[in-house]
Design a protein around this ligand. Structure first.
Ligand SMILES: C[S@@+](CC[C@H](N)C(=O)[O-])C[C@H]1O[C@@H](n2cnc3c(N)ncnc32)[C@H](O)[C@@H]1O
Length: 281
């Protein structure tokens, strides 16, 4: 199968053409359903029921193309009054194996509600196919700063100072609340998509769930964030996008820069790799 390319087309129809169990990871950021009220692609369903039925179909196909030890990440957001994603998550968790629910903390609120707290997060439902998944927990550790390491080193309970330092210098495990600022209007990363995700967020999903050389599929590629992240990390990728404007944005973004930096995977210094296996919960 030819990889590292964008397929212009409908996610459901194109996923159906892909071979079973080819992807190590699927990163799906589908239309939310009536959250971005000015975007035709987000308001194309007559009812929440129709949207949920459509999602169930493409998720079934996405799970078919996922490897047994792979993970499928599905973004979702609640609107001002819409709660459709809650129902969708519940149905998908009954139809497939639930793995995790990640909170993407966008660091600032994203719209004004006078009658409630200001929303600040999106959800990422994670499904798996099999009982054992590839998960590189060390690859997404969060480094402690020097002052914190110094302070923790003073803890008298730890007698083996060398081992303690090595442990602290490896950083702490990331939690399933990922705090990464959403892209603001003037952000250099912004390239013209109304719901473009920060590349740092997508890189965390890819680094944790795949190794270099593995295939990542994004059925709703938008501005190409997943492809750019996968390329940075030396993973193979395949993206599907229906809209030709976004397709052009993604293609322009993926054009190799004349003096491009070496891919991150080549220069990253990582703690010793350990693939953590999760048993069925
Ligand atoms: C939430 S956006 C994805 C944004 C992307 N993650 C990024 O960082 O740019 C959803 C995308 O799905 C596309 N889309 C909507 N319906 C589709 C379909 N049936 N098949 C493929 N793409 C579709 C829209 O054009 C839109 O670009």
């Amino acid at each position: 199968m030819k990889t590292n390319r964008i397929i212009q087309g409908d996610a459901l129809a194109e996923l159906k053409k892909l071979p079973a169990a080819c992807a190590q990871s699927i990163i799906a950021d589908p239309p939310y359903f009536n959250v971005l009220e000015d975007e035709a692609w987000d308001t194309q369903w007559k009812s929440a029921t129709a949207y949920v039925a459509w999602c169930e179909k493409w998720v079934a196909e996405a799970m078919r193309v996922l490897r047994d030890d792979g993970l499928c990440f599905i973004f979702g957001q609640l609107g001002k009054r819409e709660h459709t994603f809650l129902h969708l998550m519940s149905r998908l968790a009954l139809q497939h194996q639930y793995h995790d629910l990640i909170i993407w903390d966008r660091a600032v609120g994203y719209n004004e509600r006078r009658d409630s707290f200001t929303p600040q997060y999106e959800m990422i439902l994670v499904l798996r196919r099999g009982d054992e998944v590839k998960f590189n927990k060390d690859a997404v550790r969060i480094p402690y700063d020097a002052a914190t390491i110094q302070a923790y080193m003073r803890d008298p309970r730890y007698k083996d100072k060398k081992a303690r330092r090595a442990h602290l210098e490896a950083g702490k495990f990331a939690t399933n609340i990922l705090r990464i600022p959403s892209l603001k209007g003037l952000s250099k990363e912004k390239c013209g998509h109304p719901s473009q995700k920060p590349i740092g967020l997508i890189e965390k999903l890819i680094e944790s769930s795949t190794d270099p050389g593995d295939l990542v599929i994004d059925p709703f590629l938008g501005s190409g964030t997943t492809a750019a992240a996968a390329r940075n990390l030396e993973r193979k990728w395949l993206g599907i996008e229906k809209d030709s404007n976004y397709l052009n944005i993604a293609r322009a973004r993926l054009k190799p820069a004349p003096s491009a930096e070496p891919p991150k995977a080549a220069k990253a210094v990582r703690p010793p790799k350990s693939s953590v296996t999760n048993r069925k919960s």
